[in-house]
Design a protein around this ligand. Structure first.
Ligand code: C5P
Length: 399
């Protein structure tokens, strides 16, 4: 049993806090709700109190009898403080140390682990101010869950949705183990770092309806972005056309062509680490047709032009990320080709994988890590496990 102090911020997702209380109590964890003034516009103290079977605190001045339940005591009687939903305003106040109402005062006074589950409009989430605030909080040891990507109440689509209550509870479960010492969900060795990841294929247009593509699914790159976010990094994921959900806590930029991917990567600099997993087309069609090409003209002759090499470009820049990691998908002489590629592109590491089997689109991967120190052969593992191991190595390298 762990006592959860649940701070409910003002947003349409506040209704999910009610559901969260039910899940937490079913799992045996008592919940004390604190409702901000904004939160009270979306859920009533009465409904939270009924579900929590606990008083709901809404104002500093509720704590009339300081000797009975002062704000310091309230914040410390809990084993875990969960802010759900955490609005952009709450995150900003937490980052700045502002304590101008009960919720923010409790957050400043607590000595317990704090978890925030942000939910807001996609533009507000992606705003540099919010991203900086989240990075500050992560660097201070606050655990950030989500947000998820999806359709939003405001009609937009993108990262900003509160994860589902059962998912939140599952993710904080390790912090709630019965009688276990409370520790952060996961170590956050990349807190305060910016990690830039490319993933997926690129699509190079032939005409308005046809493209040259490749079989990259984006799974390995997305798994790496997710692992970096779990390790506390601020993550920018530049994704080619793939059908994958955005991992929680990751800022995603969707692109189609290699040129757009290169532009997005350069615009996202500076970064501490860049992990270029995308299968970028080496060539684009020099002059894509403006209208759909017709069959009648006979087989077309396509003229190609070289695409920018994003990895090699990054390696030459004055603001080169401190650790530059490339991927090499090879069907033959995997390690020899990867070793040559590391030198040619001036990358620090190349993760080489044999794609002669069903790696592209599959769930498992067998990779070799090629660095200045030599070649390591990693055992075959799921793409998630490869991602976790790679992020662990990266965290050690830049520690
Ligand atoms: O395609 P290639 O095997 O050369 O890819 C090796 C590495 O270079 C990968 O990390 C890939 O993401 C990167 N790359 C790139 N820009 C390109 C081609 C490849 O960043 N135009």
């Amino acid at each position: 049993m762990s006592r959860i102090l649940l701070i409910v911020g003002g947003g349409i997702a506040a209704y999910k806090a009610a559901e969260l209380i039910r899940h937490a109590r079913r799992a045996g964890h008592p919940v004390t709700p604190v409702l901000t003034a904004g939160g009270a516009h979306f859920v009533t103290p009465m409904s939270l109190a009924a579900l929590a079977e606990s008083p709901v605190y809404t104002s500093l001045w509720d704590l009339k009898d300081e000797s009975e339940m002062g704000h310091i005591q309230l914040s410390r009687a809990a084993d875990l403080v969960l802010v759900c939903p955490a609005t952009a305003d709450l995150l900003a106040k937490m980052a700045a140390g502002i304590a101008d109402d009960l919720a923010t005062t409790l957050l400043l006074a607590t000595d317990k682990p704090v978890v925030v589950a942000p939910a807001m409009n996609v533009r507000m989430w992606l705003h540099a101010a919010t991203q900086a605030n989240v990075a500050t909080l992560r660097a201070r040891g606050v655990t950030v869950l989500g947000p998820d990507e999806g359709d939003m109440a405001c009609g937009e689509h993108g990262p900003g949705r509160l994860p589902e209550p059962d998912d939140i509870l599952r993710r904080i479960a390790p912090m709630l183990e019965p009688d276990a010492a409370i520790s952060p969900v996961e170590a956050q060795p990349l807190a305060g770092r910016h990690v830039l990841v490319t993933a997926g294929p690129t699509h190079e247009p032939i005409d308005p309806v046809r493209v040259i593509a490749n079989r990259s699914s984006g799974k390995q790159g997305f798994a790496i972005a997710a692992a970096a976010a779990r390790a506390g990094a601020r993550v920018t994921l530049v994704a080619g056309p793939v059908a994958l959900p955005t991992p929680g806590g990751v800022a995603r930029i969707d692109v189609e062509t290699a040129q757009q991917m290169a532009d997005a990567v350069l615009a996202a600099l500076p970064a501490d680490v860049a992990i270029l997993v995308a299968a970028v087309a080496d060539w684009r069609i020099a002059n894509p047709a403006a209208t759909k090409m017709k069959k009648g003209g006979g087989p077309p002759t396509l003229a190609f032009a070289p695409n920018p090499d994003i990895l090699a470009t990054l390696a030459e820049r004055p603001d080169r990320p401190r650790l530059l990691v490339g991927f090499a998908a090879e069907t033959d002489d995997v390690v020899a080709n990867a070793t040559a590629k590391r030198a040619a592109k001036k990358a620090d590491w190349i993760v080489a994988n044999d794609v002669s089997g069903d790696v592209m689109g599959g769930t498992d991967n067998r990779v070799h890590l090629v660095s200045a120190a030599g070649v390591e052969d990693w055992p075959e593992a799921s793409k998630d496990a490869v991602a976790a191991q790679l992020i662990e190595r990266i965290a050690k390298e830049i520690a």
